[in-house]
Write a protein that binds this ligand. Structure first.
Ligand code: GLU
Length: 438
């Protein structure tokens, strides 16, 4: 069989949303699975609704998600230009062919296509056999001279030698118009694969751009990991036919195929996406995690003008990595590492002082600090265990008040990591300050 050629054909008339990203992804996956070509074609003939800003958003989001295109804007290719607004000469030529074949007529200033009226049958790779008969001739060039979507879409699929049309199910009802046109041009039909809809999280109905969690840009701004979002999108309508969910993209590329796409609609589940994101975040290698975090914190302007030292920031980030659910949690989670000015959780304070002798325990800890080894968590753990053993106390009797004193909160990263990263001076000074006001 000849090389697979698929295209993602967005119209830049709005924000880039989950549904579009999933359509792009399934095309991209199919191209990568088959060793085919992934084309990006911009369907920007609707002058009144297009914007360069939305178009740039599409480019950025595709790149961010790692869906590099083989032919298209900025890349070129043998079948360009790849923006419909630059292809009028090609449309004119194809229009002449239809006119010459006697398949057009003018009415009220618009140009109509004469349908055959025969039943249009496709063997959809996902839905199976679909039959539909067009009953009315339809407009292919509006009275203002602009060609309509159905016409340019089919002309480009022919001219760009597209072999598979993978798109949202909302286009299934257009397909009979499109196959009428393919046949009028004497062109072979592509293989169609109409992907089921994405349902909104709650209630019936299709997810729309206005639904919460619909916009790709938002995930990017919120510090989601693109690999996690891509993994999540893969599972919106496709599955590896076992229980695995976290799958490296190479594995998805190996397994992906059109018959593997579900016929039933997929439901958007933001919790599942967050969980997926957390899994990827916790599995990140230290260098990658630190680089991503530093970037994210800078974008959020968390430190203003006073960027902390890289070495310290790195320790903080890596210590907190297993405890945060997303990079969005990070700014709120690490504040006390960079400022001595943090509030003490009053409820936690009451609890700490409700039993035992926390002031005595903290005093013992402070006294042991000058000689303590701060190099490793294990050495600090051994120190606290030894203190506990020699005073007939438990390690918790030191940990709970000390954590509260050092961070203001009863929750946080590993306690011994907290001591190590804050370092001897900060730990000593903070514990003494706490004791002085206790
Ligand atoms: N521009 C159309 C859309 O954004 C493309 C339809 C197709 O893939 O054929 O829905």
């Amino acid at each position: 069989m000849s090389q697979v050629r698929v295209r993602f054909a967005p119209s830049p008339t709005g924000f880039f949303h989950i549904g579009s990203a999933r359509t792009a992804l399934f095309n991209w996956l199919y191209a990568r699975h088959t060793g085919g070509v992934f084309i990006l074609r911009v369907e920007d003939t609707d002058q009144t609704r297009n914007s360069e800003e939305f178009l740039n958003l599409i480019y950025n989001s595709l790149r961010w998600l790692g869906m590099n295109w083989d032919e298209g804007p900025g890349i070129g290719g043998d079948f360009g230009p790849y923006r419909q607004s630059e292809r009028s000469a090609i449309y004119k030529e194809y229009l002449e062919r239809l006119k010459a074949a006697g398949r057009t007529y003018e009415k009220d200033g618009a140009l109509f296509f004469k349908i055959s009226g025969e039943p249009q049958v496709i063997e959809d790779a996902i839905r199976g056999r679909v039959e539909r008969t067009e009953e009315k001739d339809f407009v292919i060039v509006r009275s203002d001279g602009n060609p309509v979507f159905h016409f340019v879409n089919v002309v480009d699929d022919i001219a760009m030698k597209v072999t598979h049309v993978i798109r949202g199910e909302d286009h299934l009802s257009n397909t009979s118009k499109h196959t009428e046109l393919f046949k009028a041009f004497g062109a072979p039909l592509p293989i169609y694969a109409h992907i089921p809809l994405i349902l909104k999280q709650n209630g019936p109905g299709k997810m729309s751009k206005r639904d919460q969690g619909a916009l790709i840009e938002e995930y990017q701004n919120r510090g989601f990991l693109p690999e996690a979002l891509v993994n999540f999108l893969c599972l919106l309508g496709w599955s590896p036919k076992d229980d695995r969910e976290k799958l490296p993209i190479e594995e998805v590329i190996r397994l992906f195929d059109l018959p593997g796409i579900n016929q039933s609609n997929a439901r958007f589940d933001e919790k599942k996406l967050s969980h997926m994101n957390m899994g990827y975040l916790h599995a990140m290698a230290p260098d990658a995690c630190f680089a991503f975090a530093r970037d994210f914190l800078a974008k959020r302007k968390v430190f203003g003008e006073n960027a902390p030292e890289d070495a310290y920031l790195r320790e903080v980030v890596l210590l907190c990595q297993p405890k945060i659910r997303s990079f969005e949690d990070l700014p709120g989670f690490i504040g006390y590492f960079f400022s001595d000015d943090y509030a003490i959780d009053q409820k936690a304070r009451e609890k700490v002082f409700s039993k035992g002798d926390p002031k005595v325990r903290l005093g013992e800890l402070v006294a042991a600090l000058p000689a303590a080894d701060f190099a490793t968590d294990a050495a600090l753990e051994a120190l606290v265990q030894q203190l506990a053993a020699s005073h007939g106390a438990s390690t918790g009797d030191y940990i709970h008040p000390a954590r509260l004193a050092l961070s203001g909160t009863p929750v946080g990263p590993s306690f011994y990591g907290l001591l190590r990263v804050l370092g001897r001076d900060r730990v000593t000074q903070r514990l003494q300050r706490f004791l002085a006001t206790a």
